[in-house]
Design a protein around this ligand. Structure first.
Ligand SMILES: Cc1cc2nc3c(=O)[nH]c(=O)nc-3n(C[C@H](O)[C@H](O)[C@H](O)COP(=O)(O)OP(=O)(O)OC[C@H]3O[C@@H](n4cnc5c(N)ncnc54)[C@H](O)[C@@H]3O)c2cc1C
Length: 465
């Protein structure tokens, strides 16, 4: 039987019906006493999840919402080093705008980034090529920024915000989502046993997303049986190095992204076994193999040559030929020691991005081949679209988890993401073949796009948002 002392302890504890150790939260639909309630819990503190937390935390309209960012891995202190990281992203002008809107771009520019002024993409087994150049009509093509620098800059900004908490080493083990039409909250359980409740759970937990699996949605995915080899490369001659290069080899695309006048970052997609073998080469052998991949002349196919030549004459007749000249790609003199690594490549798309109480963003919703440098940009686009809908929901007197707004987010993003990822997947397949009719088809397509500025602009515009 409880002693008198124990009873009076609980009376004091629950004075006025409130327990100071338990947070009481009035949900949009019901009043419930919960342990550790947050309006929004974000599972996954990669570049995309952390940026979402920062963007929500900085929006006036969402300033009374409590937000918790959960990152499974321990907190890593980021220390600026002269040596470049081997993981970089080509980010598009929309991503730059997002970073500016949350005060992060200034942290990036205080450190380092490289503006890409031109992009040259060409086919190793035909003469076809396409270039994109920044001019008064096209803004900068892209910005090359190290992933660690993006994450550290967003985190720096995030730590100034009062309404957002971050927990590192906090891996989500299980979540229970509300049934459709119910007013229940989402329950989240961490690996250390901590239990949380929230109105909205955002899955930003990457391509193997636990949140997506819990939603039980259909996930269309396949493996490219390729790995993306990354490394930091020293160019044989310093230049102003403002061009991003991509050569499509039958085994996969090889891209050089500028870092500074002397260094570029490599993303070389090739078959899994070949990639593993390339990683085992000595630095000198690696540089030789890489230069061969950049320069090797493939036997020319007469049918392809004749088709592209005739098509060029037609374009000339129609005064559609582009006067952009082919620039010679750089050669590599050395690779920065221990900068080589490789990552498996695959495709993935979740048929649904939302369900009651939950939304997916970033690689949790879609995974693409890096050949178009779009993966994280699509994720940042999700951040903008989701926060717009959260603001609309709250402005119109609704809860952040109101399904109508979440569905609007899904529709808006799928309208952009689905065609983008299908084109990227199509290009990966189209350039992975040496079958003559397909080489002819892709070469003529590339020549045509290259010669028609409005089409080129439309492509660049699509890739920039
Ligand atoms: C070789 C290569 C080159 C690329 N280049 C480009 C490029 O130039 N431009 C571009 O736009 N994209 C590029 N990408 C794609 C880009 O890297 C990804 O799209 C991006 O990293 C995805 O970010 P994310 O935050 O959505 O997911 P992730 O980076 O996967 O982050 C997910 C986070 O969630 C955490 N997590 C996972 N599970 C849990 C859990 N249960 N609980 C708590 N936390 C959890 C993880 O620890 C991780 O920190 C490239 C990809 C590759 C492989």
């Amino acid at each position: 039987m409880a002693s008198l002392k124990t009873i009076s302890f609980f009376k004091i504890l629950f004075r006025n019906g409130r327990c100071p150790f338990l947070q009481i939260k009035r949900d949009c639909h019901s009043t419930t006493v919960q342990k550790k309630f947050y309006d929004i819990v974000i599972a996954g503190g990669g570049m995309v999840g952390t940026t979402l937390a920062c963007k929500i935390g900085m929006l006036e309209k969402l300033s009374d919402k409590t937000v918790l960012l959960l990152e499974g891995s321990p907190e890593k202190e980021w220390i600026f080093e002269n040596r470049y990281s081997n993981r970089v992203s080509a980010i598009n002008p929309s991503t730059k705008n997002l970073m500016e809107s949350i005060g992060v771009w200034k942290h990036i520019t205080e450190r380092r980034f490289k503006v890409v002024k031109k992009m040259q993409v060409w086919d190793a087994i035909s003469d076809a090529m396409i270039t994109f150049t920044s001019d008064e009509k096209f803004s900068d093509i892209a910005y090359i920024v190290e992933n660690d620098l993006i994450l550290a800059s967003v985190t720096k900004q995030l730590k100034h915000l009062n309404n957002v908490s971050i927990q590192y080493g906090a891996k989500v083990k299980n979540c229970v989502l509300p049934q459709s039409g119910s007013s229940e909250q989402v329950s989240v359980e961490l690996e250390d046993g901590t239990e949380l409740k929230c109105s909205l759970l955002v899955g930003a937990d990457g391509a193997s997303s636990l949140v997506r699996k819990t939603m039980g949605v259909q996930y269309l995915s396949w493996n490219y049986h390729q790995m993306g080899i990354v490394a930091t490369l020293r160019l044989s001659e310093p230049t102003d190095n403002v061009v991003a290069w991509q050569r499509f080899l039958p085994s996969g695309p090889i891209a050089l992204l500028p870092l500074n006048d002397e260094l570029s970052s490599l993303v070389w997609s090739t078959g899994t076994e070949e990639a593993k073998a390339i990683l085992k080469l000595s630095d000198e052998e690696f540089v030789d193999t890489l230069n061969e991949a950049l320069w090797k002349q493939y036997p020319s196919d007469n049918i392809v040559n004749s088709a592209t030549k005739h098509f060029n004459s037609v374009l000339e007749f129609l005064t559609l030929t582009s006067n952009a000249v082919r620039q010679l790609q750089p050669s590599i003199v050395s690779v920065e020691s221990k900068s080589r690594a490789a990552f498996p490549l695959g495709f993935g798309h979740s048929t649904k991005y939302v369900a009651p109480g939950v939304a997916l963003i970033g690689d949790a919703a879609h995974r693409v081949h890096p050949l178009a440098g779009q993966g994280v940009n699509l994720g940042f686009g999700d951040v903008v679209a989701l926060t717009n809908q959260l603001v609309d929901a709250v402005s119109e007197g609704n809860c952040v988890s109101n399904i109508n707004y979440l569905l609007r987010y899904e529709t808006l993003r799928q309208r952009h993401n689905v065609p983008t990822i299908l084109v990227i997947d199509g290009l990966q397949k189209l350039y992975g073949t040496t079958i003559t009719p397909l080489v002819v088809l892709r070469s003529l397509g590339l020549q045509l796009i290259h010669s028609v500025p409005p089409v080129k602009r439309a492509i660049l515009n699509h890739a920039s948002v």
